[in-house]
Structures are given as structure tokens and as C-alpha cells.
Design a protein around this ligand. Structure first.
Ligand SMILES: [Zn+2]
Length: 444
């Protein structure tokens, strides 16, 4: 049995290389960000952002629509905050000329005087000043540390119009594609900068320029006197930062990080950066090259956020309409790492615990209290069941490696994932997806 099974997996992998062509969801826009960020000793930030946006869609653009999430934390949009953010836009320019714009919630709309045809580009520039809210969410001041997530105008994908959904704090309502970033920063001497970029050293200098290519977003933390533990995994630096945390805790987190990182590199594929940073503060959250992990550090959460470096960070999906793709697959990868030599995957069966709903509804169609059951739980348990019927852990690992290799730096949607899984596991029909995924939504 075992010989036959190994042989059939070998044949499957052999076939898929010859025949299967991945079909990515086109991004429609392609951006290069040039950013200047300075912070004064009172925590007032000034930013000067210039984005070259190339139209790689088939349509002519008559307007730009960008995310500007800092505006969601002002007193107007977050009246519940005691210390909201202050945001003041100084100027908006298109191709070096002042431009009209409107800012509503987290959307900046800019009418274009000259339309931008396919393969043409446009430069968007914005200067603004901001402070961070206390008890914001991801974009916030925590004690004397500053966490800057989604702090700059971000270019959405363009798919028959700008793919820009309204902000919601449940899940990720923003979706961006792989972009290049150049950040010049200037911060007070007593702080250190820890970020997506992989060239920063500790303690950081107070001003420098950093570059990174092919990441979906950049996260920047500005920390005051953190403790740090550094470990190496192959050629990657793994750094764990904590303020007011014990050295034992930092060390334990670093060991878990190195162990899971090694596992993911060996079964999924190579991590593309030179550094991975982990900050022990803020919500459990993934960004390219850096993750934050809550105060109650749990092993599964650390491993989960690290697994996102592959599924979110390198294989992309729209987290508003297909959140299950990165969350369910990340949960699956996490459980594979946490297994102890069993052949079959373990999972919690959600099917008799929740009202039947697909795992791939857009965020606004779920109740906040139950969405994670569908996006994380139901998707993970159904994937686990499918793999258990087709060889268990070994098949799941081989599948993830193949999936990653085919789709790295591409965007996947539910239908494309199912098309690949049916091909890889030689499934004859959609029966294994019925009841938990809604298929062919795009053609309806
Ligand atoms: Zn996650």
C-alpha cells in the first residue's frame, strides 16, 4: 500500500509540472512607493509619500481611489476613542500639480484631469501629519511604543474598477498587491525602528533609507528601549522584541519561531527576506517580514503568524472576499507543524456546531462574532478532512509546497484554488467542496 501510495504521489507531482497552468487574478495596478517619515519627540509624525502607479489593467483610469486608514481613528470616525488620532493633509498632487481630492472614511478619491491609459503611469503625492491613537487597532500607540500599520495611502488592486471596500476592523478590509518601497526615516535618538525592511540593525540609527521589493505592505514599529533576542535560521535573522518582558519569554518565543520557520522553509519553500521580526505586543497580526503577537503569547499564535509569511506574504489573495484562503491554509500549515508523528491531520469539526454558511463570503456577510468559525475553523477542518482522505500529512505538505511554487507572487481566488486542488488530488467533481465553499461566484 505504502509503495503504491508513494508512487501515485510521485506521478501526480510529475504530471502537474507538465500540464497545470496557474491562472492568477490580475492585480491591474503596480506601484512603487517613495516615502519619507519623520517623528518628533512629542509623537507627531510627518509623512511625504510619492507613489508611481502603473496601469496594468485593460481599462483607462479617470480617477484614483486609495486607502487611507489613519483617518478611521480620528474623533470623527472613532468617537469611542479617548485619545483618537489627529490627521491633517497638507497637500495632494498628481504628477507634481496640486489636485482636488475628497477624503471619506478610509477612501481618498482623486479625479484625474488627464486619464491614464493601460501601460501609462501616474504619480500620486501626498504630504500629511498625524498622531497615533491610544487603543486604536494595529495603528496605535502602546505605552511608549508606536505601531504604524496601514499608515500611508495604499493603492488598491484594479479589477473592473478600483477594488476598494469600506474599512472594517473585523478581518482585513484592505487589499494591495506586490509593490516596491523606499523609506527614508528620521526619528528621535531614544527610539529604534523595527519594520518590514530587512536592513535595519538594532539599535537602529535615527535616520536612514531602507528599500524592499515585492511586498504587499510595510509595517513600521518605533520602540523605546525594547529587549531583543536574536537567533539565526539558515541565512535569516530572527529577532524577537519585547518591552518589559522576561528574557525567558523572549527566548522561548525565539526558539518556537526558529523551529517553525525552519519547518516552513523546508516543506513550503524559501523565505525571500534576510530578516523576520516578532514584536510581543499588539494583536496577533502578520505583515511582510514582521509579525506582532499578543501579550498572552501562545505557541500556536506565533507559529500561525509566521506561517502567514508564505500564505498572505508571498501567495496573495483578497482578504475581503477570500479571507479563508490565507487564514484556512495558514491554520492548516500551523497544525502540520504542531503534529507529533501522526499520519492524519487533527482538526475541530465545525459542521454540526455552526449555521451552514460558506467560508468564502465577503466580510460584511458574516456576523463579527462568528466569522472566524467559517474563515479559520470550517475551512481548516474541511481541508484537513480532504487531505486525510488522500494520504494525510505527507500529501498536505507536498500540496502546500507545490501550491506555493506555482502561485508565489500571484493572487489566487477560491475558484482557482479549487481548480488546482482538484487537479493535484485528481478529484472528479466538486463534491468535497459542497456545503463549505461557494464556487464560480465570478461567473454568476
Ligand atoms: Zn491569520
Amino acid at each position: 500500500m505504502l509503495v503504491l501510495y508513494v508512487l501515485s504521489i510521485f506521478l501526480l507531482i510529475g504530471c502537474s509540472e507538465v500540464v497545470f497552468n496557474p491562472q492568477e487574478v490580475p492585480a491591474g495596478s503596480q506601484s512603487n512607493y517613495n516615502m519619507k517619515l519623520s517623528m518628533d519627540t512629542n509623537g507627531l509624525f510627518s509623512a511625504d509619500i510619492s507613489i508611481d502607479i502603473l496601469n496594468v489593467s485593460n481599462e483607462k483610469w479617470d480617477e484614483l481611489k486609495l486607502y487611507f486608514i489613519p483617518n478611521m481613528f480620528t474623533s470623527e470616525n472613532s468617537p469611542q476613542l479617548n485619545t483618537p488620532s489627529e490627521v491633517r493633509i497638507e497637500s495632494v498632487q498628481i504628477d507634481n500639480k496640486d489636485s482636488s481630492y475628497s477624503l471619506e472614511k478610509d477612501t481618498i478619491n482623486i479625479p484625474l484631469r488627464t486619464s491614464v491609459s493601460p501601460n501609462e503611469s501616474v504619480t500620486f503625492q501626498m504630504k500629511y501629519h498625524f498622531t497615533l491613537p491610544i487603543e486604536g487597532y494595529r495603528f496605535e500607540k502602546i505605552d511608549s511604543d508606536y505601531h504604524l500599520a496601514q499608515w500611508y495611502p495604499m493603492v488598491p488592486t484594479y479589477q473592473k474598477g478600483w477594488n476598494k471596500q469600506a474599512y472594517t476592523s473585523k478581518g482585513e478590509s484592505y487589499h494591495t498587491t506586490f509593490s516596491n518601497f523606499n523609506l527614508t526615516f528620521d526619528i528621535p535618538k531614544e527610539y529604534t525602528l523595527v519594520s518590514t525592511f530587512d536592513q535595519e540593525i538594532f539599535p537602529s540609527v535615527s535616520n536612514n533609507s531602507l528599500q524592499i521589493e515585492n511586498v504587499k505592505e510595510i509595517f513600521v514599529a518605533i520602540l523605546k528601549d525594547p529587549q531583543v533576542i536574536r537567533k539565526k535560521s539558515d541565512n535569516v535573522n530572527i529577532r524577537v522584541f519585547g518591552t518589559g518582558k522576561s528574557e525567558e519569554l523572549l527566548d522561548e518565543v525565539a526558539d518556537t519561531a526558529v523551529e517553525s520557520f525552519n519547518y516552513f522553509q523546508s516543506i513550503i519553500g524559501p523565505y525571500p527576506h534576510k530578516q523576520l521580526d516578532i514584536i510581543l505586543d499588539g494583536p496577533g497580526m502578520e505583515y511582510a517580514g514582521i509579525v506582532t503577537v499578543t501579550n498572552e503569547v501562545r505557541k500556536a499564535i506565533i507559529v500561525h503568524e509566521i506561517a502567514h509569511q508564505w500564505f498572505y506574504g508571498i501567495v496573495s489573495n483578497d482578504p475581503y472576499v477570500d479571507a479563508w484562503l490565507d487564514e484556512g491554509i495558514t491554520a492548516l500549515a500551523t497544525s502540520l507543524f504542531l503534529m507529533h508523528g501522526e499520519k492524519d491531520l487533527s482538526y475541530i469539526d465545525f459542521s454540526d456546531k455552526i449555521e451552514p454558511l460558506p467560508s468564502n463570503l465577503p466580510l460584511h456577510e458574516y456576523l463579527k462574532s462568528t466569522q472566524s468559525n467559517y474563515i479559520y475553523g470550517q475551512s481548516h477542518s474541511n481541508l484537513a478532512k480532504i487531505f486525510n482522505q488522500h494520504g494525510g500529512k505527507q500529501t498536505a505538505e507536498d500540496f502546500l509546497s507545490r501550491y506555493f511554487t506555482l502561485y508565489k507572487y500571484k493572487e489566487v481566488d477560491t475558484d482557482e484554488f479549487v481548480r488546482f486542488m482538484k487537479y493535484y488530488l485528481e478529484l472528479k467533481d466538486d463534491s468535497l467542496f459542497e456545503g463549505w465553499l461557494e464556487l464560480e461566484k465570478t461567473n454568476k
